[in-house]
Design a protein. Structure first.
Ligand code: ADP
Ligand code: MG
Ligand code: ZN
Length: 631
């Protein structure tokens, strides 16, 4: 600690001493000799002799090399010096002129004294002055009673005591996470209640979840409710702002926290310092590893009963070092998942309080349409709706504003200037209806909420919003297969009607493949592999990348199985469309003319008399996806 403590103060002092030294040397070399010299006038020997003869010279002092003398000129006494010459008659002359004279034993000033006077005393003065100055500086910076420059003080802005004023009521949904955090807040308020029974609070809680679900917001709410000091720091600040000092920062953070207990320490994006340490592979980040080690040590070291609670947030829990996650460090893992239907509605309501809305706005409808959106996206949707209202010169946002802004947030703005040729537009219409029709005809797939064929800035030429009524946590093999069939439905319609295929299905293909692959390699939904995982998910909250965990031979087999599965579903989609080709034409024509079709209109046409096929009552539909299906 000490070493670190002094560091910030050392540099200015260095500079100060350097400047002082230069000044002292200059004084010695230039100024002092010239002061001594000033009053003594230099003359030549002949002038001196003339002065003696004429009686001007009153006293003479002969030294080693010089002769110093006083002479009166114009009534004034001046001091002069002249070079001593080899002049044996000098004494005689001086006697004759009646001058007081003598030779002084050469005064060799002692080296010790001259150094002391020339250097010692000035240095002493400067040192004292410097001390006094730096002491004054420290006390004005608010250093502790010891006067030492405290590390944390110089960067107090890093550990901000929260004054955000965010409360739990500002966080909608996420009830489980809120309950767990409320308990921590309660503990900080009345620790006695817990101590009586012998319970101790978890030392740390880790908030994990996808981006934009409100992890940072929750931590801020804890700070707002707890009314205890709240130290907030982002993981990246340890390694970025203080290069080479990560470990020292951690030490200091915990020292401060201990002093301020009870308090909360919040480390956001902890994965930046908490990454798994790899087994000494060259090129590892030494700095980060040291920081992590320090963090582990500190978390072990402090006394949980004192009331220091560590909160941390991350969206990459799987990349964290296992040592960090073990009980005793982060005992509690609080999942902050994407909001469900009710959660979405609440979040919309919380954010809609900030804008003016029409009374007719139905939040449940909007929440339904925004399936799969995160809290951050919902906040964005509300804001986009308000912006759209302003653009249209209205004083409040309407249902239509919200509906449009969902599409804006998910698929981008409408592209005004991209004009599709009629042929292209027709293909897009059939493609989208193909998806929807296949979905509707498989009883367990979600019905569509809305289809539009207005190009979007995201590059989608058409856009299908699938909506479901209820929540789903498990998916059966059949449901997954139906989803794959739905993904292939767009391309199937193109094939069936135009007997040619387009590039428009790229996104569908990607999603169908991903799903099919997961079914076989991770969900154990193929006979050959039984319950053996061929792939592992590496970061579930950020796109869900996978890494293969099987031999080359198995990979080949796996690929083949994926292709088979998708092929089967593609064929199924083709069959469904073939059976309903009349409805396909009818619906596609409607979409082509109107450019937008709602779920209701879609079902009306589908269930209308001409084709009396069993109605597709697909209310208990599949899992929640916002199917932003590009054409
Ligand atoms: P992250 O989980 O990535 O840390 P944030 O907490 O930063 O996400 O959330 C970003 C923004 O999204 C918040 O500022 C807030 O406006 C909004 N938001 C996210 N979740 C919620 C929620 N549950 N309730 C209200 N607003 C939310
Ligand atoms: Mg965050
Ligand atoms: Zn498609």
């Amino acid at each position: 600690m000490n070493v670190d403590n002094k560091k910030p103060g050392r540099k200015p002092l260095y500079v100060y001493y350097m400047v002082a030294a230069v000044i002292i040397i200059l004084l010695n070399v230039l100024l002092i000799p010239s002061i001594e010299e000033r009053k003594v006038e230099k003359t030549d020997y002949s002038t001196f002799l003339a002065g003696v003869e004429k009686g001007y010279v009153t006293t003479v002092e002969v030294q080693d090399d010089y002769i110093y003398y006083e002479a009166t000129s114009n009534g004034q006494v001046i001091c002069c010096k002249t070079v001593k010459m080899d002049d044996p008659n000098l004494v005689e002359r001086l006697e004759k002129a009646n001058v007081k004279f003598g030779a002084v034993a050469p005064e060799q000033p002692s080296i010790f004294m001259s150094i002391l006077l020339g250097y010692g005393i000035p240095i002493l003065i400067f040192v004292l002055l410097g001390r006094w100055l730096s002491k004054k500086m420290m006390s004005s910076m608010g250093g502790g009673p010891g006067g030492a420059m405290s590390f944390g003080k110089s960067n107090a802005k890093v550990y901000v005591k929260s004054s955000t004023g965010i409360k739990f009521s500002d966080v909608a949904g996420e009830d489980e996470a809120k309950d767990l955090l409320k308990e921590i807040v309660d503990y900080l308020h009345n620790p006695q209640k817990y101590r009586e029974i012998g319970a101790s609070m978890p030392k740390g809680a880790l908030l994990v979840g996808p981006p934009g679900t409100g992890k940072t917001l929750l931590a801020k709410a804890v700070a707002g409710e707890a009314e205890v000091p709240f130290f907030s720091i982002s993981g990246s600040e340890f390694v970025e702002m203080f290069v080479g000092m990560g470990a020292a920062k951690v030490r200091d953070l915990f020292k401060q926290a201990n002093e301020k207990a009870p308090c909360i320490v919040f480390i956001d994006e902890i994965d930046t310092i908490g990454k798994k340490r790899d087994g000494g592979i060259a090129g590892g980040n030494d700095e980060r590893e040291q920081t992590l080690n320090q963090l582990l040590t500190e978390m072990d070291g402090f006394d949980g009963s004192k009331g220091v609670v560590i909160l941390a947030a991350t969206n990459r829990p799987d990349s964290l070092d296992p040592a960090l996650l073990r009980p005793g460090r982060f005992d509690r893992r609080i999942p902050v998942e994407l909001p469900d239907l009710l959660g979405r509605e609440e979040i919309l309501r919380v954010h809609a309080k900030k804008i003016k809305i029409a009374d007719s706005v139905r939040f449940d409808e909007i929440a339904k349409a925004a399936a799969g959106a995160s809290g951050a996206e919902l906040a964005n949707i509300v804001n986009e709706a308000a912006l759209r209202a302003v653009r249209d010169g209205r004083k409040f946002a309407t249902q239509a504003d919200f509906e449009e802004s969902i599409e804006v947030v998910i698929a981008g703005y409408q592209k005004k200037n991209r004009v599709l040729s009629n042929k292209e537009k027709l293909i897009v219409a059939y493609h989208e209806i193909g998806h929807a029709l296949v979905a509707a005809k498989q009883t367990e797939s979600a019905p569509v909420h809305k289809i539009t064929i207005i190009p979007r800035t995201s590059g989608a030429l058409g856009y299908t919003m699938q909506v479901d009524e209820g929540e789903h946590y498990l998916m059966t093999k059949e449901e997954l297969e139906n989803k794959i069939a739905t993904f292939t439905g767009g391309r199937a319609a193109e094939e069936l009607i135009f007997h040619s295929i387009t590039t428009g299905a790229a996104n569908d293909i990607e999603q169908a493949t991903k799903l099919a692959r997961a079914m076989i390699s991770r969900y154990g939904m193929s006979d050959d592999f039984d319950m053996v995982a061929m792939e592992n998910v590496t970061n579930q909250y950020l796109g869900g990348d996978t890494s293969l965990a099987c031999s080359f031979e198995t990979q080949t087999l796996l690929d083949k199985k994926v292709v088979d599965l998708v092929k089967r579903q593609h064929q199924k989609a083709l069959n469904i469309l073939q059976e309903n080709i009349g409805k396909l034409h009818e619906l596609a024509k409607y979409l082509y003319e109107q450019e937008t079709i709602t779920g209701e209109e879609f079902m009306n046409i589908l269930q209308a008399p001409p084709a009396q096929i069993g109605t597709a009552q697909s209310n208990n539909s599949s899992e929640e996806t916002t199917a932003a299906q590009e054409v």
